[in-house]
Design a protein around this ligand. Structure first.
Ligand code: GLN
Length: 363
């Protein structure tokens, strides 16, 4: 069935609908990863967004039961050049079309994704609509321009109740701002005794759980829409060691007095080079963010920049100069993408051990 993609600047693309044939509106962003569409479509950080994949063939290894990053995908839609109807992989259980029909997500294929990428790179991320070819484009455009993008995505995707993932190692409270399950897997692999808590959990509630460390997860939207998280971080900083990823990194920066800004079109892909300023090494990283910490805002804080993006010089990592706490803008849990930065989870646990020794020696 023919479908159309309409951008808020008035550009119209005609393509073929796949998945659910419902109309949708969202922020159109592009991801340049060559693989990993299943992890991308189930990454809660894309909540409210229509994701365009620049790799030209999507769905060729199907949808399997192992690679989800959340139970229910929260993307608004997907834009691709070509969708594969006949996946070939021993793990495949559904085609992407079947899966999107089941989850009520619309997709559009047959789109000139190079042209669309150029538009977004030139003008920045835009709102867009995927709808039936029968809709009047002027009506859709009017509705699209009137539609405000949501600001409550973290509330939508965060867990409603705390839950444990037991282990015999360090107790980690994972604050779920829209967590990718890859983060849990990394902590589980290291034997951690995990308690996942909702985004609005207060510092007191967290401290009552007697954590050895606090993990601030990734998540969707503007970090300034999550004041509960910023307040909590201010109160636990210096008491419990902290590791933050992506939205967790941005919230940490705000809690420490830095500022965040929206990027023109963000970083989304699996091969973003990042320089670790402490070692001089370059890591190839997995990324998905549309906001960034403003470098001008760092000088009045007690933060040190530990990592920078080599494509545009933006901040990719921070550490606190006085307290055990560090954060990264990229995804050390990969899922999808390279595992160059996986050792950050080990560094988190080493920081926890060092902190325990310090607390004991000061006692
Ligand atoms: N993956 C993330 O945590 C993304 C963080 C934030 N929502 C951004 O777009 O910048």
């Amino acid at each position: 069935m023919k479908a159309q993609l309409i951008l808020e600047d008035g550009t119209i693309f005609i393509g073929d609908g796949f998945g659910s044939h419902i109309d949708t509106i969202g922020e159109v962003v592009f991801n340049t990863g060559m693989t990993g569409y299943q992890e991308i479509l189930s990454d809660p950080s894309y909540c409210g967004q229509i994701v365009m994949l620049t790799y030209p063939l999507i769905g060729n290894y199907g949808i399997n039961r192992d690679d989800f990053e959340s139970i229910n995908p929260s993307i608004k839609g997907m834009i691709v050049k070509e969708v594969s109807d006949f996946p070939s992989n021993w793990r495949s259980e559904f085609t992407i079309d079947e899966y999107f029909k089941m989850k009520k997500i619309p997709g559009i294929s047959g789109i000139d994704t190079r042209k669309l990428t150029r538009i977004i790179r030139q003008y920045g991320t835009l709102k867009g609509a995927i709808c039936s070819i029968n809709n009047d484009p002027d009506d859709v455009l009017r509705k699209l321009r009137q539609t405000k993008l949501p600001n409550d995505q973290v509330r939508t995707v965060s867990t409603k109740n705390p839950y444990p993932s037991p282990g015999r190692g360090n107790r980690i409270v994972v604050v779920d701002f829209g967590m990718k399950h890859g983060i849990l897997r990394e902590l589980n692999n290291r034997g951690c005794d995990i308690i996942v808590v909702p985004y609005h959990t207060t510092a007191d509630e967290i401290l009552k759980l007697r954590p050895d460390g606090i993990m601030l997860t990734n998540g969707p939207g503007d970090p300034k829409d999550v004041p509960e998280g910023i307040q909590m971080i201010k109160e636990v900083l210096g008491i419990i060691p902290i590791f933050g990823i992506c939205l967790g990194h941005q919230l940490f920066a705000l809690a420490c007095g830095a500022d965040t800004v929206k990027m023109k079109f963000g970083h989304r892909g699996s091969n973003h080079p990042v320089k670790d300023l402490t070692t001089g090494k370059v890591l190839i990283t997995s990324q998905n963010h549309g906001y960034t910490v403003d470098p001008k805002s760092i000088k009045n804080t007690r933060l040190e920049i530990t990592h920078i993006a080599l494509n545009d010089g933006s901040i990719e990592g921070l550490k606190h100069l006085d307290y055990p706490a560090f954060t990264v803008q990229y995804h050390p849990e990969a899922s999808p993408g390279p595992e160059d930065a996986n050792c950050l989870f080990d560094q988190f646990l080493a920081m926890i051990e060092a902190n325990k020794r310090e607390v004991t020696s000061n006692a």
